[in-house]
Ligand binder design. Structure first.
Ligand SMILES: Cc1ncc(COP(=O)(O)O)c(C=O)c1O
Ligand SMILES: N[C@@H](CCCC[NH3+])C(=O)O
Length: 463
């Protein structure tokens, strides 16, 4: 479509509309490396490339929308976490994004894997992740899921309820094994994040609460099944997209407190604690996440200090980053379909995807940024809202953004930091097929999750 297809309208509002707008960035063509994948850069021709391949070429070959994942970025983050946590265990949280290629990268980079459903376990096993490197989570694992996990020899099952302790014990006896388990403890921390992704305050579904004694009772019940269950430690996950280490500090303090109680009551020092995931990433230039080294140092020191105080041997630490590894490694590539300037408000830029490929904006009021990536532009910044094609006015991808005032149909846009919880939470709403995931590295692109088709959708329709 030609650049003049849209009549020139009042694209630039004189007064900033209400919302999350901060002043426009100095250069709309710049890619902030805090937010964009490692190998993303804008070439002299103005086109953004990733993994050495231009987005126009990617759009041509694979279509849009598409998640484009920078393999080098993903692998380097795996390495950075593994190195920072040397002497501890890093379990990548598969819920952030999982497919067989990812499992292969994890195996090669020496990371373990946390799964929280039979489906995630199936992908892990299909891609050859050894059972002992898998931890199984979930607040309501079915008996079938538990039996499958035990049968696959998963290294850890994180038990989440009294019923589940009995179920895992039965499954272990049936399989003739002694299953390693951790007890998930709800430590009563109000994590500074969106309510829906905070998981350690007392009024919610995960884990056994420390307050009131459920967690201690869980430990008692696991220890009562010594023939079938081996209690290796305690687990706490306080929430997600957290920047502040204070919540982890309280969590570690309380978990070590329970370790001490366990020692005093049962005479055993549990050898492991898993402090979960939840470390935040930069979705916009305003976010300032910590790197894995800093996190490892802080967590290591907190646990060592608390154990020294309690006179306990320092247990082996485990962490479960999901977002911090997968999130920054990908962007979603879209094509603009319509541009609607609303005078005095903002310009609505509709793309060919939306809430079906990124539900996070609608669900958590998440902030994202967006770039015009198929070309550079010298046009003045216009306050824009990037919306999808769904039949829903809440179908917003980027609530408040600046785009160059000459954006028009046919332009390619990319929304960075969509590697975590976008494809994995994607839906078929409005029977829109889910986009593919394209991994790029060293000038090569390959489909690691293929685009869903209408035939895929119709195959499930029993007629
Ligand atoms: C038990 C557990 N571990 C790890 C994670 C990964 O969290 P994040 O992707 O925020 O690191 C989650 C999700 O919040 C979780 O529930
Ligand atoms: N899915 C959430 C985080 C929850 C993670 C699982 N406990 C997100 O997109 O931020």
């Amino acid at each position: 479509m030609s650049r003049s297809a849209h009549p020139a309208g009042p694209r630039h509002a004189d007064v900033l509309p209400e919302g999350h707008y901060s002043p426009p960035p100095a250069d709309l063509n710049a890619l902030d490396d805090k937010v964009w994948p490692l190998t993303a850069r804008r070439g002299d021709d103005g086109v953004v490339s990733i993994g050495g391949i231009g987005v126009r070429e990617l759009a041509e070959e694979f279509g849009t929308p598409a998640y484009v994942l920078d393999e080098q970025d993903f692998r380097e983050r795996c390495r950075a976490w593994r190195e920072a946590f040397a002497g501890a265990d890093v379990f990548y949280a598969g819920k952030a994004f999982l497919c067989r290629a990812v499992v292969g990268w994890l195996r090669e980079e020496g990371l373990n894997l946390d799964v929280c459903s039979g489906g995630e376990l199936a992908v892990a096993l299909a891609a050859g992740m050894p059972g002992e490197r898998i931890a199984m989570h979930g607040n309501n694992k079915s008996v079938a899921e538990i039996e499958r996990a035990v049968g696959a020899g998963v290294g850890r099952i994180v038990v989440d309820s009294f019923e589940e302790i009995e179920r895992v014990a039965v499954a272990a006896r049936l399989a003739g094994v002694r299953q390693k388990v951790l007890v998930r403890v709800t430590v009563g921390v109000e994590a500074h994040t969106h309510e829906f992704i905070a998981t350690a305050h007392e009024d919610q579904k995960f884990g056994l609460a420390l307050a009131g004694g459920d967690a201690a009772e869980g430990v008692r019940r696991v220890l009562a099944h010594r023939d079938a269950l081996e209690l290796v430690g305690l687990h706490s996950h306080i929430g997600s997209q957290i920047f502040d280490m204070a919540g982890f500090e309280v969590s570690a303090h309380r978990v070590v407190g329970l370790l001490t109680e366990v020692r005093d009551e049962h005479g055993v020092e549990l050898p492991e604690i898993d402090l979960g995931g939840g470390l935040g990433i930069a979705y916009t230039s305003d976010d300032d996440p910590r790197g894995p080294r800093e996190i490892a140092k802080a967590l290591g020191e907190i646990v060592a200090r608390e154990c020294e105080f309690a006179g306990l041997r320092v247990p082996r630490l485990a962490v479960e980053p999901g977002r911090a590894i997968a999130g920054p490694s990908a962007f979603t590539l879209y094509e603009v379909g319509t541009v609607k300037p609303l005078a005095g408000l903002r310009t609505y830029v509709s793309v060919d995807g939306g809430m079906s490929d990124n539900i996070r904006t609608a669900l958590y009021d998440a902030d994202y940024t967006v770039g015009l990536v198929g070309r550079a532009s010298g046009a003045a910044p216009m306050p824009a809202r990037v919306v999808g094609k769904h039949c829903e006015s809440g179908d917003i991808v980027v609530r408040d953004a600046y785009l160059p005032g000459d954006v028009e149909a046919g332009d390619l846009l990319a929304v960075p930091a969509t590697g975590a919880y976008c494809r994995s939470m994607a839906s078929n709403y409005n029977h829109v097929p889910r986009p593919p995931v394209i991994a790029v590295a060293d000038g090569q692109a390959r489909v690691i999750v293929r685009r869903e088709t209408e035939e895929d959708l119709l195959r499930l329709d029993a007629g």
